[in-house]
Design a protein around this ligand. Structure first.
Ligand SMILES: [Zn+2]
Length: 192
């Protein structure tokens, strides 16, 4: 069994120890109340600490050969099942999204040279931001059937992809399932 070492270290069965800042571990525990959150250490043998409901759930060890079931996070497989049964985002939702984004642009950002621009693919809503004419990816939201409960993924420039497990970036505390929360988070993660 993986061990927790007070206050912010974790020891894998293989003997590897991951140390983190207390603040980060505290924040992730708080965020893990409703969903699994993942914390990767920066060591060359990369271990991922998984929290759920405020507790250490498991440590994913690069040395242990994992079965395909455990390798894939359960969260991903449920969303891929959902994905196949849900087709795209309804037009009514897109109309509401356009209004919310425009409202945010004009009342929160209040800079005509910096605006969020929505685009769609399947059940994903991509929020790009146009800063002085340059359009940049910021985040991706997955429609779950509820305007207040979008799944959030930040765009990671280092990997050139959207990462729904990256819960460690400036502004993350704004992510609350709403479009406004996502756009606020995007403004802090990637200041205009
Ligand atoms: Zn290990």
């Amino acid at each position: 069994m993986p061990k927790e070492i007070f206050p912010a270290s974790f020891q894998c069965d293989c003997g590897h120890r991951s140390d983190f800042a207390e603040r980060i571990v505290r924040d992730l525990r708080a965020m893990s109340q409703q969903k699994k959150v993942y914390l990767r250490d920066a060591a060359p043998e990369e271990h991922t600490i998984v929290f759920y409901r405020g507790k250490l759930l498991e440590i994913q060890c690069p040395k242990q050969t994992q079965s395909p079931e455990t390798k894939k996070s359960p969260r991903k497989s449920t969303s891929s099942t959902k994905r196949s049964t849900t087709r795209g985002i309804p037009d009514k939702v897109k109309t509401d999204v356009a209004a919310i984004v425009q409202h945010f642009n004009t009342t929160v950002i209040r800079n005509p040279h910096c605006v969020y621009v929505p685009r769609y693919r399947g059940k994903f809503l991509y929020l790009d931001r146009q800063d002085d004419g340059r359009l940049s990816p910021i985040c991706r939201l997955e429609y779950t059937g509820n305007m207040e409960d979008w799944s959030f993924a930040i765009y990671k420039y280092s990997d050139e992809r959207y990462d729904e497990e990256e819960w460690f970036f400036p502004g993350e505390e704004h992510v609350d399932g709403t479009l406004e929360g996502a756009m606020k988070a995007g403004l802090e993660a990637y200041p205009a």
